[in-house]
Design a protein around this ligand. Structure first.
Ligand code: GCO
Ligand code: MG
Length: 405
């Protein structure tokens, strides 16, 4: 079997998604997600110019060799654009392998380690009251793990909230340029404990809760937040500090027993190796798309398992349903899987383009035994939704200093 063609689709189906379809000469195809939010065109060009021509005629069953070829063979290793492009190819090759074998991908990885995939959903809100209502509804729907994010009072915009707008496209107006939001660490540190205090007072101790700090703190501030939140028993605090310098996590770790999660922007095992082997984190959030595919994520999971670190893949709305399905297979297999971020089954528009079969029962997602990744992509329906340039927001302190969003 040989790779005959690779097609690239960039469509704004409720939001931008980059999909690839690898065709074999035997008429089987595989699908991959190459979406890199706000930098989509860079991945398109990397694929078109630098990857596709090299893969035509190659044997699609040689997943590992193709991965090494794209990673080592480029000379220029790592980085989000390169690794997202490789991730899309890798996912599609696993899809083909599954279809050829007539087996779901989780079977090829080693079979199920659990009956279903525990997910965490988002309870966001413009105020603590609103978050509490959303949390209550999610508990009723059966969620066992929920992430809480609330807008900070008297601040222009907070992570996870949209200033009353419907989506990021509206937030950017029609220019589009990155929306500018505001940040105040003191207000945040005073506010967040109240959010979790209320959640425990209103909904008890059984529901597992988490929170995303989105890289806004310094290590010592992060250490203090972890300590203050200890009484509320969080499943994890995510991205307290960027881990460009992995050693900074030692400071946080020395001070708090609140479990720590990080990894959604990591591209290779090297971004997380020190954090894992020094036991500085509890959950690794790397994703099949931005982390270079299923092939390297399996290696990260195996390495992490030596240190009691569990996998909790990124599952924000800017990962396409193809990544979500790839995660499902990975999560069912990985012995040290913990929880999958999950934001629902997609908009009606998305459902005309991406076809998959998942069920959510009592906070667990269940897959069918469809071969490969178990997802299809309707090219024609997708062509109704042209790509729209889009940016993530940027964040400034109140005096104008640039901060992390
Ligand atoms: C999360 C993430 C996302 C990111 C987004 C950036 O934990 O879900 O932090 O919401 O902000 O994926 O494109
Ligand atoms: Mg996050």
């Amino acid at each position: 079997m040989k790779i005959k063609d690779i097609k690239i689709f960039l469509n704004s189906v409720s939001r931008n998604f980059l999909t690839i379809k690898i065709w074999t000469d035997e008429g089987i195809y595989g699908l991959g997600d190459g979406t890199l939010n706000g930098r989509e065109m860079a991945v398109v060009s990397y694929l078109e110019e630098h990857i596709v021509p090299c893969l035509i005629g190659k044997d699609p069953s040689q997943i590992e060799d193709i991965w090494q070829y794209l990673y080592k063979g480029a000379y220029w290793r790592k980085g989000p654009v390169t690794m997202t492009a490789i991730g899309a190819i890798d996912m599609a090759l696993w899809d083909i392998k599954g279809k050829v074998a007539g087996l779901p991908v989780y079977q090829l990885l080693g079979g199920k380690s659990r009956k279903g995939v525990t997910v965490y959903g988002h309870a966001n809100g413009g105020s603590i009251d609103e978050v509490m209502v959303n949390l209550g509804n999610m508990i009723k729907e059966g969620y066992k793990v929920v992430r809480l994010q609330s807008k900070l009072p008297d601040t222009k915009g907070s992570y996870g909230t949209l200033e009353g707008k419907k989506n990021y496209y509206e937030l950017q107006s029609d220019r589009p340029l990155p929306p500018e939001l505001e940040w105040n660490t003191t207000k945040y540190m005073n506010f967040v404990p109240e959010l979790f205090k209320r959640a425990r007072a209103e909904y008890g101790n059984e529901i597992r809760l988490c929170h995303d700090v989105h890289n806004r703190l310094t290590p010592i501030e992060a250490a203090r937040l972890g300590k203050i939140l200890e009484p509320y028993d969080l499943l994890f605090l995510e991205d307290m500090v960027p881990a460009d310098n992995q050693d900074t996590y030692k400071i946080i770790r020395q001070h708090t027993t609140t479990p720590l999660a990080i990894g959604e922007i990591f591209n290779t095992i090297w971004d997380t190796k020190g954090l894992i082997e020094n036991q500085l984190i509890d959950y690794c959030r790397m994703a099949v798309s931005h982390g270079g595919g299923i092939t390297p994520l399996v290696k990260v999971a195996n390495f992490a398992s030596l240190y009691h670190v569990r996998m909790a893949p990124h599952g924000a709305p800017d990962l396409s349903p193809i990544s979500s399905m790839a995660h499902m297979h990975f999560d069912l297999w990985a012995p040290n899987f913990a929880v999958q971020e999950f934001i629902g089954f997609g908009t009606p528009e998305m459902n005309t383009v991406f076809k998959f079969d998942l069920k959510l029962v009592d906070g667990l997602l269940y897959l069918t035994d469809a071969p490969g990744l178990g997802i299809d992509f309707d090219e024609e329906a997708a062509s109704n939704y042209p790509y729209k340039r889009s940016y993530l927001p940027v964040n400034r302190l109140e005096d104008g200093t640039m901060w992390g969003w």
